[in-house]
Ligand binder design. Structure first.
Ligand code: TYD
Length: 212
């Protein structure tokens, strides 16, 4: 779909609640910009006007059928890809996204019990082969992550779910890292933010060619 030679690189940050993804997305985007890389930082659910409206539905209240909820995440993602991510990559802009497709596998499939084939089918349909070049998964015990999230302010409806749910989210992300080692790097989120940022930048430099 995209011409490889001109394409920007697509990097995603994943992990459970309070794992520091947003901080690291900001640090990585700033570091890349300092290296002269054109970069766009974005997030899910959201990242495009229609996707932000769907975010309001998803975070505004629960009670969804699990497959319907998964479809809503993918509808938001498709809009995000079509309106924001693909145009940026096509223009040679690097994209750093705070959450992407692996969050749906961890939260909806591993934690909520939606069948994996639903994710496989929706990912094939909505991504059309546009997968991240590199994914960082920030691994943290849910007890610590939820405490960090609660200290930051009011919690969203996923954060309010019980510890067992968040333990399954963590297991899901660890399984993703084990299943896709060429794309995913698992990082210990208890390290210092500076240390994690340096590790991420080092891996980006080593694995993805920065434009000269
Ligand atoms: P947000 O406030 O952005 O939380 P965070 O800072 O942890 O990213 O809320 C997004 C919530 O949506 C988060 O709790 C995880 C959940 N989520 C899913 O359940 N499935 C998904 O596919 C995505 C992208 C997010």
């Amino acid at each position: 779909m995209l011409k490889e030679r001109e394409r920007g690189r697509f990097i995603t940050l994943e992990g459970g609640e309070g794992s520091g993804k947003s901080t690291q997305a900001l640090r990585l985007a700033s570091a890349l910009a300092l290296c002269g890389v054109p970069v766009l930082r974005t997030r899910e659910p959201g990242g495009a006007p229609g996707s932000e409206r769907i975010r309001g539905l998803l975070l505004g209240g629960g009670g969804w059928d699990g497959v319907a909820e998964t479809m809503l995440h993918f509808a938001a993602r498709r809009e995000h890809l079509a309106r924001t991510i693909i145009p940026a990559l096509s223009a040679g802009i690097w994209v750093v996204s705070d959450r992407f497709v692996d969050s749906t596998l961890a939260y909806q499939c591993f934690a909520q019990g939606v069948p994996r084939r639903v994710w496989d089918d929706l990912a094939a349909l909505s991504l059309e082969g546009v997968w991240p070049d590199l994914t960082f998964i920030l691994d943290l015990a849910p007890e610590e992550g939820l405490a960090r999230a609660a200290a930051r302010g009011p919690v969203n409806r996923y954060e309010a779910l019980d510890l067992a749910f968040h333990a399954r989210v963590r297991d899901g992300f660890r399984a993703v890292a084990a299943l896709a080692p060429a794309r995913c790097v698992l990082l210990d989120a208890t390290d210092s933010p500076e240390g994690i940022a340096a590790a991420i930048l080092g891996i980006v430099r080593a694995r993805l060619r920065l434009p000269s």
